[in-house]
Write a protein that binds this ligand. Structure first.
Ligand SMILES: [Zn+2]
Length: 137
């Protein structure tokens, strides 16, 4: 009798464990699905005023020396962000893509970002846009 009770208790416990694990797995799957379904809604996303710029003197003035503020030679793509976002942070800018923060700017403060383009024409085409950008972890 005692043995039978022990076995059924063990079975109950085993079932409980199985369901708990399944529950966690399902929870993870559902959460992942939710993340995909609401791309851009993730933590770290906010509305930014995104201004385009190129390495020319019109855009960069005395800073048009062919280098970003992080010391690297200018290259596409790149983002200028306020100093509270460290160099190397990846940001998703809708219409521009995912790029790393490589530059700073006097006007890039608060909820402002700059997206780098190789030519002034491309920068002008982008102009200034209010976009929901996602700072990626
Ligand atoms: Zn320019």
């Amino acid at each position: 009798m005692n043995t039978n009770i022990t076995i059924s208790t063990y079975n109950l416990f085993a079932s409980w464990c199985l369901f708990t694990v399944l529950g966690i797995l399902i929870g993870i799957l559902v959460l992942n699905d939710t993340d995909e379904a609401t791309e851009g809604e993730a933590e770290g996303s906010a509305i930014y005023t995104v201004t385009a710029y190129c390495p020319c003197e019109i855009c960069c003035g005395k800073w048009s020396d062919g280098h970003f503020a992080n010391g690297q030679e200018v290259s596409f793509p790149a983002i200028a962000a306020p100093s509270n976002i460290p160099f190397g942070t990846k940001i998703h800018v809708p219409g521009y893509g995912v790029a790393k923060v490589k530059d700073r700017g006097g006007a890039i403060k608060g909820n402002k970002l700059g997206v780098y383009f190789p030519t002034h024409e491309q920068a002008k085409q982008w102009g200034k846009q209010e976009l929901k950008c996602e700072v990626l972890k």
